[in-house]
Design a protein around this ligand. Structure first.
Ligand code: ATP
Length: 253
């Protein structure tokens, strides 16, 4: 297998706070990679740096065989690197459909875009009913579906999701993970940042655990799922690998 996305020795600082210290991560084409870690471990920072939304002090990012470290965020999106940010960032004053169309703003193939929107509505009939309604009226789970739909309309080759299940009802947590698996079955490579360690490890092929801005451990997700002591050491709590959200605390907190 070839790495479609490869991050090498990335260091990122916010002023005097170094959030990532030489972090490396690689996603093979067609796999789900999950990035785990306690609050403040640097997961969001890693995704933002991969998107070029914040700049790295050191390190390199390559995507589809080319070094993209110097490209702008919109160029990365155009090449197929797409992020669903934490907190969804759906524009609540716009309608469901206007939000979805934002994902397709770089595209000119209108017919394909409307076919893809129709497919989203078919999969999520609630969104179809509310297509001309402001997104503010949607539940958090429905907004997450809009956010993922919007990202898919940008035709990603690698989709990065920042805590997509955060704050959702158990029903929508399941829907989000079903959708992640379905998109992956269709060939999409996914980088998944999650607090729901059990669920994330159950869908992912490989996992990287960050601790205080460094890679604490990375490897096969099944091996990690079975290593309760290791999970407890880095992620806190009882490391139940069920559907429950694990308590995630940095050891220094
Ligand atoms: P969470 O699970 O809480 O979202 P995280 O693993 O995504 O945490 P980051 O949000 O990447 O962690 O934060 C990593 C470190 O960088 C933390 O120490 C955080 O306080 C710091 N940090 C994040 N954003 C900023 C910012 N805009 N300015 C200064 N420091 C920041």
């Amino acid at each position: 297998m070839t790495a479609i996305l490869s991050v090498s020795e990335l260091t990122v600082a916010y002023g005097r706070v170094t959030a990532l210290h030489g972090v490396s991560l690689s996603a093979e084409e067609g796999e789900i990679v999950t990035v785990l870690g306690a609050n403040g471990a640097g997961k969001t920072t890693l995704l933002l740096a991969i998107m070029g939304a914040i700049s790295a002090a050191r390190g390199a990012i390559s995507f589809r065989g080319a070094d993209i470290s110097g490209s702008r965020t919109h160029q990365r999106v155009a090449q197929g690197l797409v992020l669903v940010p934490e907190g969804r960032q759906v524009l609540v004053s716009l309608t469901v459909e206007e939000n979805l169309l934002l994902g397709a703003h770089l595209r000119r193939d209108r017919q394909a875009v409307s076919d893809e929107i129709a497919a989203i509505y078919e999969r999520f009939p609630n969104l179809a009913q509310r297509r001309h309604t402001a997104a503010a009226s949607l539940s958090g789970g429905e907004q997450q579906m809009v956010a993922i739909g919007r990202a898919m309309l940008a035709r990603p080759r690698v989709l990065m999701l920042d805590e997509p299940s955060l704050g959702l009802s158990p029903l929508f947590v399941s829907k989000v993970f079903d959708l992640i698996e379905e998109m992956n079955r269709r060939g999409l490579t996914i980088v998944l940042v999650e607090q729901n360690t059990g669920k994330a490890l159950s869908v992912a092929h490989s996992a990287t655990v960050l601790e205080l801005g460094k890679v604490a451990v990375s490897g096969n997700s099944e091996a990690l799922r079975n290593d309760r002591r290791l999970l407890e050491a880095y992620l806190g709590g009882t490391a139940e690998t069920s559907d429950e959200h694990l308590p995630m605390r940095a050891s220094s907190q």
